[in-house]
Design a protein around this ligand. Structure first.
Ligand SMILES: [Zn+2]
Length: 182
């Protein structure tokens, strides 16, 4: 069964309890994705984070969100699917001044009258910031999967593509591979 991340959280209370969260945010919750770069959202977001106080006793949540999307490749104009991965540190704030005083790697998220933040909106924002402005296939020749597996039997080829599509780290590994080539 899929566990849903709560939509609203009191991060300070969760940090006191040192709560860890692992679950999904349903894709229906996301409606601010830029439609000129993202053609479709294909999965719920897989989300994992810990609640804690940082070195200066600021309550934060720190974690990762992964979402599979489809874009049009800006090089070959074919559609392709890939994972958007956002690593985030979110801190609740009650004023602009408080937000300005956070370390630059933190994302401020305003608290409501109950002291809670809207987690879905905060993580949607993190994912949107992680989208490439001009999405392209990782491989410069485009369609890397088809080329790489073109010599395999049909069944094997399909299975490998499914494995790659389901692996949240596939695009990360592809990126690492690309960096190594340079
Ligand atoms: Zn391409």
């Amino acid at each position: 069964m899929k566990i849903k991340i709560p939509a609203f959280l009191n991060i300070r209370n969760e940090a006191n309890r040192r709560s860890d969260f692992k679950g999904i945010i349903p894709k229906e919750a996301f409606n601010r994705f830029p439609q000129d770069t993202i053609n479709s959202i294909n999965s719920d977001a897989q989300v994992e984070f810990s609640s804690l106080f940082d070195y200066s006793k600021t309550p934060i949540i720190k974690g990762t969100a992964t979402l599979n999307v489809t874009s049009t490749c800006m090089r070959c104009m074919e559609e392709f699917s890939y994972d958007v991965i956002a690593n985030f540190i979110i801190s609740p704030v009650s004023s602009e001044e408080q937000a300005d005083n956070l370390p630059p790697e933190y994302s401020p998220l305003p608290i409501n009258e109950f002291g809670e933040v809207n987690i879905y909106e905060g993580i949607e924002e993190e994912l949107i910031m992680s989208i490439a402005l001009t999405p392209k296939h990782e491989n410069e020749n485009c369609n890397p999967i088809l080329e790489e597996y073109s010599t395999l039997e049909d069944d094997e080829e399909v299975q490998d593509q499914i494995d790659l599509a389901n692996n949240p780290f596939a695009s990360l590994n592809a990126l690492k591979g690309k960096l190594k080539e340079k």
